[in-house]
Design a protein around this ligand. Structure first.
Ligand code: FAD
Length: 363
């Protein structure tokens, strides 16, 4: 047992963030008609990403008799595999629209935004949704600009077809927003707030129709300022940070790239993903795609373990929906303990090896 340390139980179960009611008004409302939603789907290696399925779950809250279309673009056999999977990813998806073209082999935001506008003109969509991933956050504001409407970002709750809740001030307050624009309502969805419930065998057999989109009338943006240069990915068996059930995070206290490997080994043993604070990323211990928080990834795992993390408000903004938060910090007054379910005051360089020893070997 950890004899030197003692357990701090957080005074409250978790900080409940204060709700406020800031409303925004634009112009004429237009959303009482039939709800028809277009979702920008993300896929990789022939599979639909979990955040797209969560976005479908969110779309279901927009109202009854909602029709949901998924838009997939890319090229080759992996796109067609992903399309086939998309057709049965959720029973409420009615249609999968596929754009198979070299132009969309890589998800560049400018041509994608044009594509969404092109597809939108063919369907009568009341809502256009994407997840609040870097993909969605890159494309949808551009679509909104093309349509001259105001997008609503980071939606955590849908109250109806035109009313949404989104966090403001780094998650310290929740803002209720009413959309009163004349064009389609454009939303990015914080997918951790819309968990996917298991699909029954009966509804699993429901398949959406798959249609290929003809691009012969599609006009490319000749003034596009971006071009694809390349991408580098890390080969890892660890789960994706945004959807992992267990996340192990290290902060500045890890002090070096070498020491940060302790976090990686612990994550490996627990079958979890690795996260980091911005201070750890800025210090170069890990790449910035592992950053958790307001300007990093938003996570909501079953178990979140933070080692040497102070608990700055910008970090907490990314972890507040975690089911159980465990914090290890040598400062008993560190703010992380105010949101932790289990807190351990101790030196991580002693606690982690002890924990590694006590945990059973991974089978
Ligand atoms: P520190 O605050 O330095 O905390 C280190 C902690 O480790 C301390 O509490 C210390 O007591 C403890 N410690 C030291 N040694 C040990 C040891 N041996 N064992 C155990 N504990 C030890 N931050 C994010 O994380 N994510 C974001 O997305 C993010 N976005 C930001 C956006 C903006 C606009 C701004 C201004 C800031 C943002 N930040 C973000 C930065 C944030 O404010 C903090 O600076 C950062 O989270 C601190 O990281 P840290 O907890 O690792 O470091």
């Amino acid at each position: 047992m950890m004899t030197r340390a003692f357990l701090l139980r957080a005074l409250t179960k978790k900080t409940k963030f204060v709700a406020s009611n800031a409303h925004r008004s634009i112009s004429i409302t237009n959303l009482s008609r039939y709800i028809s939603t277009l979702i920008l789907a993300e896929h990789e290696s022939g599979s639909i990403k979990p955040q797209t399925v969560s976005t479908v779950v969110a779309a279901n809250s927009l109202g009854e008799s909602s029709s949901i279309s998924l838009l997939l673009a890319g090229s080759g056999s992996s796109l067609q595999e992903a399309a086939s999977q998309a057709a049965s990813c959720h029973p409420s998806v009615s249609e999968v629209l596929v754009v198979d073209s070299d132009k969309f082999e890589y998800p560049l935001a400018e041509p994608w935004a044009k594509l969404v506008d092109f597809v939108r003109q063919k369907g009568d969509y009341s809502h256009i949704l994407a997840s609040s991933s870097s993909f969605g956050k890159n494309i949808l504001p551009r679509v909104a600009a093309l349509l001259d409407v105001s997008p609503i970002t980071d939606v955590v709750k849908i109250l109806g077809s035109d009313q949404f809740i989104r966090p403001i001030y780094a998650g310290n307050a929740l803002c209720t927003v009413r959309y009163t624009g004349a064009g389609p309502c454009i939303l990015t969805i914080r997918t951790t707030s819309f968990p996917v419930t298991p699909i029954t065998a009966d509804s699993e057999s429901k398949k959406a129709t798959i249609s290929q989109i003809d691009l012969s009338n599609f006009k490319e943006d000749s003034a596009s300022r971006s071009r694809y240069v390349g991408q580098s990915t890390q080969d890892t068996e660890r789960p994706d940070l945004g959807s992992a059930r267990v996340v192990i995070t290290g902060g500045r206290a890890l002090k070096s790239v070498e020491n940060f490997k302790m976090i990686e080994k612990l994550a490996e043993k627990l079958g979890g993903a690795v996260g980091a604070t911005r201070a750890a990323v800025d210090a170069g211990y890990v790449p910035n795609d592992l950053q958790v928080g307001q300007t990093g990834k938003i996570v909501a795992p079953e178990l979140y373990m933070a080692f040497g993390v102070s608990g700055a408000i910008q970090h907490l903004a990314g972890i507040k929906d975690s089911k159980v938060i465990v914090a290890v910090n040598k400062d008993a007054d560190a703010p992380i303990f105010q949101v932790a379910d289990y807190g351990l005051v101790g030196d991580l360089f002693e606690v982690i090896p002890e924990l590694m020893e006590k945990l059973p070997e991974k089978k």
